[in-house]
Design a protein around this ligand. Structure first.
Ligand SMILES: [Mg+2]
Length: 403
């Protein structure tokens, strides 16, 4: 089954998405998400200029061989651009394999290991009162797990606060990056106050998550982890910059609060130490930034050996094709922890038609053959790419800090 065409579509139906479409000589089409938020065109070029010419004429059935060919064959391995491009190819080939087999991809991965995939939503607010009412709104929608973020008094533009009009959070924008402010001293007493408020009001029958977005030092993270222990967070996410794996050893020495990291990871090598030394509890690598279904399953298999569970990134910067692919993996692995779910800004639904569903706090990929997402190229053409940057972050004295 030869690949006859591989093309890249960059569009902005509410948010920039890079979509790879692969066609076979039998007329079967597969789609994969190649979106790298804020650096979209780099992946588009990597695919168009380097990978698509190699795909034409290859056998679409040979997923593992294609993965190795693109990974080892590049010589210059890993990195977000390379691995996002390989991921898009991998997911599109799994999509084709599922369509040819007449099965949803999760059946090809061993079948459902559970009835549904627990997802977490995102409650936020400029004040704790606003956070509280948003938290209640998520419970009303059936969520069993909710991430909480609130504006830190004294800091402008705190990370993770959704717009008050109810639309999906989108931090990227503008032809230059927005500049946020951060100071750990302003945050460190506020976070326990925020958790105390939510637990007092809603009790302990719901999972509560929190994202520190790479901003603390290891000892600050240890301190915040310990301070939050009475409120039993499901996890604290990205407590310190993720590339410093040994930092997590220090955090571990000071707290039993579960730790999640990995949305910026691209390969099993980025988390090998974290997993094998049991320095984390949840690995958040995503299907579209960590080499696709083939490689993400390898990461989760390693994690399972060490009691580490999955918790894949699933923000709105990943297209519905990526979220669907994640659900096929989530449903079939033994060590699912949780899946992030943010939904997508309108008019994404005009471009992507999905078979997955989210109900009562759980998601299911549906039973359409392949990954279950159809991509409408004509609709995508109505929403041209818009250059957008993720924000940068500065401390109050002007020093550039992790965003
Ligand atoms: Mg995050």
């Amino acid at each position: 089954m030869k690949i006859t065409d591989a093309r890249v579509v960059v569009s902005c139906p509410g948010r920039n998405y890079v979509t790879l479409v692969i066609e076979t000589e039998d007329g079967v089409t597969g789609v994969g998400d190649a979106t790298l938020n804020g650096r979209e065109l780099a992946v588009a070029s990597y695919l168009e200029d380097h990978l698509c010419p190699l795909l034409k004429g290859r056998d679409a059935r040979r997923i593992e061989d294609t993965w190795q060919y693109l990974y080892k064959g590049a010589y210059w391995r890993r990195g977000p651009v390379t691995m996002t491009a390989i991921a898009a190819v991998d997911v599109a080939l799994w999509d084709i394999k599922g369509k040819v087999a007449g099965m949803p991809v999760y059946q090809l991965l061993g079948g459902a290991a559970r009835e549904g995939v627990m997802v977490y939503g995102h409650a936020s607010g400029d004040t704790l009162d606003e956070l509280s009412s948003d938290f209640q709104a998520h419970l009303d929608q059936g969520y069993k797990a909710v991430r909480i973020q609130a504006s830190v008094p004294g800091l402008d533009h705190t990370y993770g606060i959704a717009p008050s009009d109810g639309s999906v959070y989108e931090p990227a924008g503008g032809s230059r990056p927005q500049e946020d402010r951060w100071e750990t001293t302003a945050y460190i007493d506020f976070a326990p106050e925020m958790f105390a408020r939510i637990r007092k009001e809603f009790g302990y029958g719901v999972h509560v998550l929190h994202d520190l977005h790479h901003r603390l030092t290891p000892i600050e993270a240890g301190r915040i982890g310990r301070a939050l222990e009475p409120y039993r967070p499901f996890w604290i996410e990205d407590p310190t910059p993720a590339e410093d794996q040994s930092a997590f050893r220090l955090i571990r020495q000071h707290t039993t609060t579960p730790i999640a990291v990995g949305e910026v990871f691209n390969s099993i090598w980025d988390c090998q130490q974290l997993i094998t030394e049991r320095l984390i509890d949840y690995i958040r690598a995503s299907v579209s930034h960590a080499g696709g279904i083939t490689h993400l399953r390898r990461i989760f298999s390693l994690a399972d050996l060490y009691g580490v569970r999955s918790g894949s990134h699933g923000a709105g910067d990943l297209s519905p094709a990526s979220f669907a692919a994640a659900l096929h993996v989530d449903l079939s692995i033994p060590n699912l922890g949780i899946q992030e779910y943010m939904g997508h800004r309108s008019p994404a639904e005009e471009v992507f038609t999905s078979s997955y569903s989210v109900e009562d706090g759980h998601a299911h990929p549906g039973d359409a053959p392949g990954i279950g997402v159809e991509f409408d190229e004509e609709a995508a053409a109505r929403f041209p790419y818009e250059p957008r940057y993720l924000p940068i972050n500065r401390r109050l004295d002007g020093t550039v800090h992790d965003w």
